[in-house]
Design a protein around this ligand. Structure first.
Ligand code: UDP
Length: 320
């Protein structure tokens, strides 16, 4: 099989590309290196069956050619990270909506299977945990830019489902829940790389809000394993599928655990959301996936605990 991975030089995309090549598939990466990094894929250069193109999905002639050459498209190119989204809302909306639009349009010409990467962010501030794929989405008002991200991804989902329903384009929509692991950068606000970097530098660990909000973090290897199985499962086509972990941790506990595992003397500093992001910023108190669907489809189980994740990320930052 040959796969096109848009955003393949990014955090999840590069791990997916590694796994595809390891199982004997060929990989084409299309990435404009806006948030991805060539460092994530430099070890793949020269590998048989691997090619990469530094360009955007808006280069439609190139995109069309790469889709023609592929059996499956993993569309991971997107603007991600709450900090980036709040700071660059125009870029976020345009990238996420237009990018998916052109990928679906060209995939449809040859009816190539497309996996659309969506996010648990679409559940918004719903408190109806665990979140099921058919749960209501509860978003905040439009002047709060955080919600533009959820909305842009929800539009991607609507469009992909519309292509499936109306034009029989095979699509699979995956909603990722706080995917973490080595290669994730803290530059766009993600909590684990930030806490690890701060701990190793002996700087204060910045907990936003009161730290009582919880998340359930998923190792990127578990996510990638699920993606590889889902594209081989015909029953996944036309579905929206949560991929995550149900083990919850509060952000304050997370800060303490990172500090402990990295043997750091850092203090913990609480920062109000208004200061961390923007005035009136809304965070979600809990975010837990319901995983019945993905378990039913592919027997999904997570192999990595939060400690496994933290140990690996600490090791990655130490080596950097
Ligand atoms: N967070 C934090 N300190 C940081 C970065 C993030 O306390 O330096 C918090 C953030 O407010 C949120 C949680 O950690 O409650 C997870 O943030 P992240 O951006 O990683 O993912 P999100 O779940 O918000 O998409």
């Amino acid at each position: 099989m040959r796969a096109l991975v848009t955003g393949g030089a990014g955090f999840i995309g590069s791990h997916l590309s590694d796994a595809l090549l390891a199982q004997g598939d060929e990989v084409l990466i299309l990435d404009n290196l806006s948030t991805g990094s060539i460092d994530n894929i430099s070890h793949l250069k020269g590998r048989p069956g691997f090619e990469y193109f530094v360009d955007t999905v808006n280069n439609e002639p190139l995109l069309a050619e790469l889709i023609d050459r592929s059996d499956v498209v993993f569309h991971l190119a997107a603007a991600v990270g709450v900090k980036l989204i709040v700071e660059q809302p125009v870029h976020t909306i345009e990238t996420n909506v237009h990018g998916t639009e052109v990928v679906l349009k060209h995939a449809n010409k040859k009816k190539k299977l497309v996996v659309i990467a969506s996010t648990s962010e679409v559940y918004g501030k719903s408190d109806d945990v665990p979140f099921r794929e058919d749960s209501d989405l509860v978003l905040g008002p439009t002047p709060k830019h955080r919600w533009a991200y959820a909305c842009s991804k929800a539009i991607d989902e609507f469009l992909a489902l519309a292509y499936w329903k109306e034009r029989k384009l095979p699509v699979i929509i995956v909603r990722f829940f706080n995917t973490v692991g080595p290669r994730q950068t803290g530059q766009y606000g993600m909590v684990i790389p930030n806490f690890v970097r701060q701990s190793l530098a002996g700087e204060p660990i910045t907990v936003f809000g009161d730290g009582k909000q919880t998340r359930s973090f998923t190792h990127v290897a578990d996510v990638v394993g699920a993606l590889l199985k889902l594209v081989r499962e015909p029953k996944a086509i036309g579905q929206v599928i949560n991929i995550g972990n149900t083990q919850e941790v509060s952000i304050l506990q997370l800060a303490e655990r990172v500090r402990e595992l990295s043997g750091s003397q850092s203090t913990i500093k609480f920062i109000p959301y208004d200061e961390a992001y923007e005035s009136g910023f809304e965070d979600m108190p809990r975010r837990v996936p319901d995983l019945k669907r993905v378990k039913g489809l592919i027997g999904y189980e997570t192999d990595n605990t939060l400690d496994d994740i933290l140990v690996q990320v600490i090791d990655y930052f130490r080596k950097k």
